[in-house]
Design a protein around this ligand. Structure first.
Ligand code: NAD
Length: 262
């Protein structure tokens, strides 16, 4: 059983810094674990919904009127919580890496939008599982910004419609059992192939096909660093594994990179 520490030991950090120094095309692959320090629970950690409740999947969600009304009634209670969540040290450290011209893109399994809120340009974030900030209409798949629908729901409309075609709206997030958005996955594959270093942060790496991306990166010659509280199935192919906290680990790592600059 590996010990979970706040930040990795000196030797591991030194190795991480030297990998960063040698890299020019870093790609981050993030999961729910990078956002737990922002107060958003993960699925498979000890407090995760995987064991404590049901995760929404394509079989237990239907899109009839009653289930849509239930969805909007639940979502109405969480608008303020969703809007108030802030990026943490981990999200910010990745933005620092981008500003130092190291990071070329972030592939994320998260739907919370915190990478963009921390300052990453939206076009440099591939959201493999969609975004809770966007809705999709059932008839034509039009993408509608959730914030524009909030006032309608708060005024009591529990079956808001697409402003373009009038069909019912659903969350744009990918349910278990649904296909990933094609454009985001293709972008993620391109980045995985172009990376010379991939940093996995806060992912159990058990949800496929997303978890194949670090393998693709490795096969194309990238080095691999995994920062996760718990061991993952890809630890054996990683150059460095840090079983530590995402925010403190990434911020110390990026700060030490800056100090190590000539
Ligand atoms: P996961 O829940 O399967 O795994 C998260 C991993 O992060 C766990 O192994 C856990 O030990 C680790 N972890 C938790 N907090 C950490 C921390 N502070 N530092 C380091 N490691 C930490 O997450 P996943 O691999 O992203 O897959 C679950 C699916 O659930 C994703 O597809 C995602 O769409 C969805 N999800 C998203 C959010 C979000 O948007 N924030 C939250 C929950 C679930």
């Amino acid at each position: 059983m590996q010990e979970i520490t706040h930040i990795p030991d000196h030797t591991t950090r030194a190795r991480m810094v030297s990998l960063l120094r040698e890299s020019a095309a870093v790609v981050a692959f993030t999961g729910a674990g990078i956002s737990t320090e922002s107060g958003i629970p993960d699925y498979r950690g000890p407090q995760g919904r995987w064991t404590t409740g049901k995760v929404p999947n394509i079989r237990n969600v239907s899109f009839d009127l009653e289930s849509r009304q239930r969805y909007w009634s639940e979502r109405r209670k969480h608008f303020d919580f969703m809007a108030s969540r802030e990026p943490n040290a981990g999200h910010k450290a990745l933005v620092d890496l981008y500003r130092q011209d190291k990071l070329i893109g972030i592939i994320t399994q998260n739907i919370d939008g915190l990478h963009q809120k921390a300052g990453m340009p939206a076009e440099l974030v591939a959201e493999l599982h969609g975004s809770e900030h966007w809705l999709k209409c059932l008839a034509n798949g039009h993408l509608i910004e959730a914030a524009t629908i909030r006032p309608l729901v708060e005024a009591g409309d529990l079956d808001p419609r697409c402003p373009i075609c009038g069909s019912p709206l659903r969350a744009s997030t990918v349910l278990f059992g649904e296909a990933l958005p094609d454009a985001a996955f293709r972008q993620a594959e391109r980045w995985a192939q172009a990376a010379d270093l991939m940093i996995v942060v806060g992912s159990s790496l058990v949800v496929n096909p997303a978890a194949l991306l670090p393998v693709i990166a490795r096969r194309h010659g990238a080095r691999l660093v995994i920062v996760n509280r718990e061991p993952t199935p890809l630890d054996p192919i990683a150059d460095v594994v840090a079983n530590s906290e995402a925010g403190p680990t990434l911020s110390v790592w990026v700060a030490e990179l800056a100090e190590a600059r000539p």
